[in-house]
Design a protein around this ligand. Structure first.
Ligand SMILES: NC(=O)c1ccc[n+]([C@@H]2O[C@H](COP(=O)([O-])OP(=O)(O)OC[C@H]3O[C@@H](n4cnc5c(N)ncnc54)[C@H](OP(=O)(O)O)[C@@H]3O)[C@@H](O)[C@H]2O)c1
Length: 305
């Protein structure tokens, strides 16, 4: 059963990770919705008419207390993260700080100071509830632990938290150019053959504006505190198919170098279960892979080529 929703017009909304790939597009949508937007970044950001920037580290409790006390947000979107599938030892502490400590800081402050809704960005890298698994990377361990804390904070302290488990997000303006789609797109646009692993990994891809729709619904829908939603396409597509599409869109004469890189160890195959996002939030992905990739290529061609 779908619940009623609260408009974000005039609401005070705080976005961590507002300078990031998804955060920027969420802030654009919040502006259209008429929210008063506050963004957090570790760096000093240029003045912006539509958003008030706050400088701080989400892993620093006192930075966050200062900002939350001043802003008094109705809604918080926690998107700040060290987003990396890096398996090396050097990824352990940054993922712990920016994914787990940051989330526990926010949960603690919301338990103390209150807000109407805290939306946490989770990840496809987190094992399913009840799945007997070990986390495949430091990032997965931190994201998974953050969700464990979120459930506890909801049960013990009635924190109004909603989990948004995002699958593989792609689209225009993704900043990390090492991610598959920006890497392949920019290589092909430069006339170079992209270097790839085997390309066999199956992934659930989801277009960024669909993710933003899901985050907005997670913030606006009433009576869903403590619930978790998957935002993905519910379809698995191998990396090689994505690369083929990009190849066709940009330059079919270039032959991508599959097998030039090693496959990452312990890659997990997970597909979004979007039934409850459909039932409870009325959310359904709108953008086909073909349209999403065409819009992505058009953006990189116009802005970075
Ligand atoms: N992209 C995907 O495919 C995907 C898939 C699943 C889940 N997610 C989740 O979705 C969220 C957003 O991802 P994204 O792709 O937009 O990431 P992104 O482009 O890397 O942006 C993350 C932002 O987090 C901020 N940040 C990192 N550590 C911080 C800290 N300690 N304190 C304050 N800010 C910090 C950074 O901003 P500053 O450098 O300005 O501080 C950065 O702009 C993340 O939680 C990620 O785990 C993404």
């Amino acid at each position: 059963m779908q619940h009623s929703s609260v408009s974000l017009a005039g609401q005070t909304v705080l976005v961590t990770g507002a300078s990031g790939f998804i955060g920027q597009q969420l802030c654009n949508r919040l502006q259209i919705a008429g929210a008063e937007i506050h963004g957090i970044s570790r760096s000093k950001q240029p003045f912006c008419n539509s958003l008030r920037w706050w400088q701080g580290d989400v892993a620093n409790l006192e930075d966050m207390r200062r900002i939350l006390t001043a802003v008094k947000p109705d809604v918080i979107f926690h998107l700040a993260s060290y987003v990396s599938g890096d398996r090396s030892l050097k990824a352990v502490l940054p993922t712990l700080h920016s994914n787990l400590i940051s989330t526990v800081n926010l949960l603690t402050l919301v338990a103390d100071l209150g807000c109407r809704r805290l939306v946490l960005a989770g990840s496809l890298e987190e094992p399913e509830l009840g799945e007997l698994a070990i986390a495949a990377s430091p990032y997965a361990a931190a994201k998974w632990s953050a969700s464990v804390y979120a459930r506890m904070f909801h049960q013990l302290y009635q924190v109004p938290v909603v989990g948004a488990r995002l699958f593989m997000v792609y689209g225009p303006a993704q900043k990390d150019l090492n991610k598959l789609i920006p890497h392949v797109t920019l290589s092909l646009l430069r006339g170079e053959a992209p270097k790839l692993s085997s390309g066999q990994r199956l992934v659930d891809w989801i277009y960024v504006s669909d993710v933003v729709d899901g985050l907005m619904a997670a913030a606006q829908t009433s009576n869903i505190d403590g619930e978790n939603f998957d935002f993905g396409s519910s379809t698995l597509t191998p990396i090689s198919t994505i690369v083929d599409h990009l190849n066709q869109l940009i330059d079919p004469s270039i032959k991508p170098l599959f097998g030039a890189l090693k496959n990452r160890p312990m890659e997990q195959v997970r597909v979004a279960d979007i039934a409850s996002a459909g039932d409870r939030l009325g959310w359904h992905p709108q953008t086909s892979l073909e349209d999403g990739l065409a819009q992505t290529v058009a953006w990189y061609d116009a802005n970075m080529n």
